[in-house]
Design a protein around this ligand. Structure first.
Ligand code: NAD
Ligand code: ZN
Length: 381
């Protein structure tokens, strides 16, 4: 039987809402479960872009009374509801583990202990499960260094070093089978979610896929949430006449992927079986420095404000991580289409007319990191 109805948890959020629209357009019956987390939905009401053809249920994924009947009533579950911030997870440990890990545990408990018709589970994983990306040493070939020691960061020696010979190493695209390494609580919870869903999926023959999102950007990303989404945070700064703050020297390599390509990939995961029981990188396959992104945003916005390059960093940050998307291409036929220039032009057009506006709370988030001792300390020069 082919899937006709889908439950999307976190479907009022940024990625989930775009998927809801795509599924409705393809004639799926879509139900959203979302608690309208205040940090994301400042108005406390369903967002203006809520889809009139979807059914919206306000509730928490930790509440069995609301979650269980929705799981039982659907043939697929896309589990996106989560607390989403690396930095914040380092001082709201209980909340992150509770929403992300326990919420997913409850979903699996329902799948294992009730009579249901679920034929596919998709759980949002993240680039965070890798910790550092993949690297190559000129002498030792492929290497997987762990997070940089604080002492190295204190000396502003930003580039990764080989775990064997200690020489600087070069970033290469990260395949799914790179050794995983978590260096913050948020990423640990994403890892747990992914592992738990794939394990229960395999054990009970419920096809499950764990998309590992790289840096997703596009319309509807919160412009006023200083904890998540670096492109949106910088855009919000620029729109408020302030410089985007770029940590370290700005040379960090990332993969920025348009929300539209992400949604295409998610639909393929739902409709095809090629990636069942696997984690799958979801990126553009293009590599860019974060400083290039900060500058591109300023240019497209017509702003003369230059990025502020801090030459300092956060203790838990990785240096480079870019996506090898071979698996998504080969198992699903995924082919990203949106260029950075197109995607960021669209993001800016949307931001200029966004009904919720862009309120910049970044300084507050930075103060919290500073107060918790999460910024690198440097010896006076
Ligand atoms: N945006 C990215 O670049 C990115 C990267 C890696 C992974 N992810 C993952 O993708 C998923 C979606 O991310 P997003 O960027 O759309 O985030 P988002 O914050 O916009 O959406 C998350 C939604 O979940 C809801 N939610 C939070 N806690 C809940 C709870 N306890 N019960 C019910 N609903 C709850 C929120 O109200 C929100 O609408 C998340 O699981 C996130 O970890 C996102
Ligand atoms: Zn080496």
């Amino acid at each position: 039987m082919s899937i006709r109805n889908v439950l999307v948890t976190g479907g009022a959020g940024y990625i989930g809402s775009h998927l809801v629209d795509a599924l409705v357009a393809r004639d799926y019956a879509v139900t959203v479960l979302d608690n309208l987390e205040p940090q994301v939905h400042r108005s406390g009401t369903w967002p203006s872009y809520a889809n009139p053809k979807a059914t919206y249920v306000r509730g928490d994924v930790r509440d069995r009374a609301v979650f269980e009947p929705l799981v039982i009533a659907n043939q697929a579950v896309v589990h996106f509801a989560a607390a989403v911030s690396v930095g914040q997870s380092m001082y709201q440990v209980d909340r992150y583990v509770d929403v992300n890990t326990r919420g997913t545990a409850l979903l699996l408990d329902i799948l294992v202990n009730t009579k249901h018709a679920v034929e596919k589970v998709i759980v949002a994983s993240s680039i965070g499960v890798y910790g550092e990306g993949a690297y190559a040493c000129a002498v030792h070939g492929p290497v997987a260094p762990i997070i940089r020691p604080e002492q190295q960061l204190a000396e502003r020696d930003w580039e990764q070093r080989c775990p064997h010979c200690h020489q600087h190493v070069t970033s290469v695209p990260t395949p799914e089978d790179k050794a995983l390494y978590r260096d913050n609580i948020y990423s640990m919870t994403k890892y747990h979610q992914e592992e738990m869903v794939l394990l229960i999926g395999k054990t009970y023959s419920i096809p499950a896929v764990a998309p590992r999102f790289f840096n997703v950007y596009g319309p509807r990303q919160s412009l006023s949430n200083p904890y998540a989404g670096v492109a949106a945070i910088w855009l919000s700064r620029l729109m408020n006449g302030k410089a985007p703050v770029v940590f370290e020297d700005g040379g960090q390599l990332r993969d920025f992927v348009s929300i539209h390509d992400v949604v295409d990939c998610l639909v393929l995961m739902l409709e095809r079986s090629g990636a069942d029981y696997l984690p799958v990188n979801v990126g553009s396959g293009e590599t860019v420095t974060i400083l290039d992104i900060a500058r591109m945003l300023g240019r497209l916005l017509g702003s003369s404000i230059a990025p502020e390059i801090t030459q300092t960093g956060r203790k838990f940050d990785i240096r480079h991580n870019t996506a090898d998307i071979t698996r998504a291409r080969e198992t699903l036929g995924f082919a990203p289409k949106v260029t950075l220039e197109q995607g960021f032009t669209e993001l800016i057009e949307w931001a200029r007319t966004s009904p919720d506006g862009a309120v910049d709370f970044f300084d507050r988030a930075l103060d919290e990191l500073r107060a918790k001792g999460l910024l690198v300390q440097h010896a006076p020069r």
